[in-house]
Design a protein around this ligand. Structure first.
Ligand SMILES: [Zn+2]
Ligand SMILES: [Zn+2]
Length: 89
């Protein structure tokens, strides 16, 4: 797999294996982060929380925390999904 381009400006990747709030490693979080980083690898950037878009690419290096990550969606919005579909096709 190619180097993940987004990882330098995205703090999500290093916390993939951090324990969740109840102390258990979170498979769901690991999956969410993997999907998010695939999005970066396809050239997607973050959505801001103020955009109100329900998308796994919604992130903010100032605002993000594990709680936000665990509450967020693991899916792409329609616009991001179409970019990923084109890249991975
Ligand atoms: Zn990111
Ligand atoms: Zn999106």
């Amino acid at each position: 797999m190619a180097a993940i381009r987004g990882s330098l400006r995205c703090w999500w990747a290093p916390i993939t294996t951090a324990p969740s709030l109840d102390g258990q490693p979170s498979i769901r979080r690991a999956a969410t982060i993997a999907i998010h980083e695939i999005g970066h690898n396809c050239g997607l950037d973050h959505h801001g929380y103020d955009e109100g878009i329900d998308c796994v690419m919604t992130a903010d290096t100032e605002l993000d925390c594990l709680e936000r990550l665990d509450e967020g969606t693991h899916r792409f919005c329609r616009a991001c999904q179409s970019v990923v579909d084109r890249k991975l096709a």
